[in-house]
Design a protein around this ligand. Structure first.
Ligand code: NAP
Length: 297
């Protein structure tokens, strides 16, 4: 049970976590920190938070759990403001989509004792929408949460964060930060870059109106994630650039092979490739949990 939860960044993920914990009766008081007064006002009106603060120090006062839920590029600033203010009774966690760089930011900003109370985390759930208005109390239901504790992370803090996420309806997996970033670059970051690049390439053509006008369900499915928040995805690409660039290079090489096969009219090669891909998708890509929004993560 959390007595006072401070959520730094009361958007889609922070708001959904607040709502899920309230529904589960796992928290007594929730304070939300942000900069946008309209979003904060809405968070209070919707009952997502009990109180909204534009002052970070006031927001975290007496909190036993602080969840940092801002875009990855804003985390350094938040960790520097938290430094020196994390008491022995407080646990800090984050929800950032990249883990190695967030761990580095936290390690550099916080002292060793404070850092040991920081549990890096990432919910594998979300939508292409943002802001508290898009939050859902069931966003994490039947979804996975990755925790990436470091060797010097306090095991008690890890267990408290695990219990928080389990109360939200999620299941928790432990994955080392570097491995997390390699796997997520493939499953999430690469598809987002491809979706953004495809839509941007098409919109710059003179006949783009006709193209989008005639686009059907397949195009909508493939490009849905290009409606995601550009700030969040800019930050993820910059923070996870090494694994992402390796995958983009692989992808570009493989695309070259596809182009060569098409140019040569090599139907057999294309058939084998498409069959292999279809079989892999049917084998490995599970349907979304029922009643949950299509995930972007
Ligand atoms: P969001 O809906 O845009 O919410 C982010 C919140 O952070 C906003 O309420 C914003 O509030 C605050 N914020 C933004 N920049 C800030 C800054 N410079 N300083 C202080 N506060 C700032 O985004 P989200 O989708 O919840 O994403 C939040 C985090 O979750 C990101 O790190 C993202 O990588 C991670 N994540 C997202 C998803 C997803 O599918 N969306 C899934 C898993 C993890 P104000 O504008 O009021 O300051």
């Amino acid at each position: 049970m959390i007595n006072k939860l401070a959520i730094i960044g009361i958007g889609l993920i922070g708001g959904s976590l607040a709502r899920a914990l309230r529904r589960a009766g796992h928290v007594q008081e929730i304070v939300g920190f942000g900069r946008n007064l309209n979003n904060l006002k809405l968070a209070v009106e919707m009952g997502v938070v009990d109180r909204a603060e534009v002052n970070l120090v006031a927001a975290i006062e007496d909190a036993d759990m602080i969840v940092v839920a801002v875009p990855v590029g804003a985390m350094t600033e938040i960790f520097s403001q938290l430094a020196g203010r994390i008491t022995r009774e407080t646990i800090v966690t984050d929800v950032g989509s990249v883990k190695t760089s967030v761990v580095t930011m936290a390690r550099e900003a916080l002292g060793a004792t404070e850092f040991s109370r920081f549990v890096p985390g990432h919910p594998i759930a979300g939508t292409e929408q943002s802001g508290v208005a898009a939050s859902r109390e069931d966003l994490f239901q039947n979804h996975q949460i990755i925790l990436s504790p470091e060797p010097d992370t306090d095991p008690g803090a890890v267990e408290t964060v695990r219990a928080m996420w389990e109360a939200s309806g999620a299941s928790v997996r432990m994955i080392d930060a570097q491995q997390h970033d390699i796997v997520l670059a493939a499953s999430s970051h690469l598809p987002h870059v491809l979706a953004y690049a495809l839509v941007d390439m098409l919109v710059r053509r003179d006949d783009h109106r006709e193209i989008f006008d005639l686009a059907a369900g397949g195009f909508r499915d493939f490009t849905r994630i290009a409606s995601s928040d550009p700030t969040m995805w800019r930050d993820i690409c910059v923070a996870n650039r090494e694994p992402l660039l390796k995958l983009l290079q692989n992808f570009s090489d493989d695309l070259g092979e596809v182009m060569a096969a098409i140019e040569a009219g090599n139907g057999e090669w294309l058939m084998n490739t498409f069959e292999r891909a279809r079989h892999a998708r049917e084998t490995y890509v599970k349907p979304a949990p029922s009643d949950s929004p299509d995930s972007v993560e």
